[in-house]
Design a protein around this ligand. Sequence first.
Ligand code: ADP
Length: 194
Amino acid sequence: MKHPKEEKTFIMIKPDGVMKGLIGEVIKRIEQRDLKIIALEMFQPTFEDVDNHYPKKEEWITRLGHKTLSTYEQYGYDLISDFGTNKPEEIGPEVRKWLIEFMTSAPMVKMVVQGVHAVDVIRKISGNTLPYKADMGTIRGDFSIDSPALANKEKRAVMNIVHASETPEEAEHEIKHWFGDKELFSYHRFGVDM
Ligand code: ADP
């Protein structure tokens, strides 16, 4: 019988995770948590693939700009000298471009994971978006120390090893986007659902 909180989620090992040799480590942590990997593939995304992955809504893009603005304020950096503007709606698209450049810089590994509370549990295993804030014991906390203070100064995205869907709705959209009509597999896991 299917549990009411049985979910599918999407997780992707980003270029820094692949380049640090963390593919096995990430998979291990997912399986260790009694979650089931039902699709898995290494691939090299195109600019367009990633462009369609990140929201194009003005609101989301401006939010990225706001985040950068507050990092600059917090550390006393000079926005105008780095960006030529201090408007979040003009900085946002620049940060979005860094994200796409980063996400296309090496192959990635994409997965669909199934299990009870899969969306929340995968976010928990991943840790805070910003590695320097992520708890020890999470993927980001254990294997990275990156921060916007570093990344923004170097004009690149924060390298945080994995991407994981935030809600079941986002997961559905991302699974469709990254796997299309490809097969999601079905099997039993000893000790979990048999
Ligand atoms: P998440 O991937 O945890 O859902 P967000 O949607 O907030 O996080 O951000 C998307 C991606 O943008 C992050 O995974 C990270 O790589 C990058 N990012 C977030 N904040 C910043 C920032 N201030 N500067 C540069 N890159 C950032």
